[in-house]
Design a binder for this molecule. Sequence first.
Ligand SMILES: [Zn+2]
Length: 419
Amino acid sequence: MDILLKNLTLIDGTRRAPQENAVLVIRDGKILYAGASSGWSGSQEEVVNLDLGGHFTLPGLIDTHVHLAGSGEVDSQFRSESGAMALKMLSNAQKNLAAGITTVRDLGGWNEVEFVVRDWIQRREFPGPRMSLAGRFISITEVGADYYEGMYRVADGVDEIRKAVREQVKHGADWIKIGVTGAVLVEHGEPGLTHFNEDEIRALVEESTKFGRPVAAHAHGVDGIHKAIRAGVRTIEHGTFLFQDPAVIQLMAEQGIFLIPTLKVGWDIILAKDSNIPAWILEKNKATQGEAELSLKLASEAGVPIAMGSDVGTPLNFHGENGLEIYWMQQAGMSAIDALVAATGNAARALGWDSWLGTLETGKAADLIVVDSNPLEDLRILADQNHLQFVMKEGQVAACHAENDLPPALFAEQVLLIR
Ligand SMILES: [Zn+2]
């Protein structure tokens, strides 16, 4: 049975302009056709028809940097008892899906609980987003490891590092995450400081590559970013001080290394009123937010590929509000369409999943969202569930406005109600 979505305005996740009066045809969870209604010759199969009344249809959003273990606690502490943590992660994952984030990459889990959550969602025991996982954040011996107990894996020297990579692979990691520099969200952490030595970073990338796992590098300082790039990582997380060295920006552009700027967390902390946020978290974010924005602007202008990562789970950075990151990327200097592509087509490229995900084109997974106004005119609607009509994952409605009367045949077995 085919699904025919008609009378929609298509924003396909490439840089193409919105296309009015388009149709989308879905078969077996994949897109059979997307484009002008005049180009669709009709289906041989039985068809479920849905007229979308001109509403905007986009690829399901992809957030390449989340922490399912966190729920926005002001002190950034993710501690929990394991059973409670499994429920917390599942709940956070579902908040993403309900908000139209159909794919997430978790870059720092907790005691391996996230692998269980991913597997149960994959088995369709629970609705949830598609998940790509890094397992633990591999770090040198430092104060952050005590602060984020359960999330960090301390490893010093190449032998320990190789073992730490093997552990993540054993648990089922899709990615390996390395803390190349200090962090903003660690008290006394120095984000500009390079933590691992170059031989250690190289050993980590080499070991990860052996197992076919790409590497995501947490890196604020430009020296650490440079070393990570030379070692062969695929994504740079944060990239706060990139602006200090245009040659490093150029290198990222030439090698196609993705920057994931994570601006939302800083804004959530800086703009919050009466939040009880610890003073050190507030001050550190105030000091670096402008620099992070400048780095994104320069990188984007230089042609560095950008992917959206909200870092949801960190202080006051709540699951389901991820879409605001796209707005903040635009505010920092990207065009609306480039910011949107960073959360769709480019995010899929960053994950290495672009052959089957991220754009609304023939052969891709039918992950999509339908919104009632043009996101390119105000990107904030992507984080406003009043504008979200429904969310489809692999051709089935996975989350829906409670009062919507969509054909029952479109629904997955288990559906999240947005409200
Ligand atoms: Zn993070």
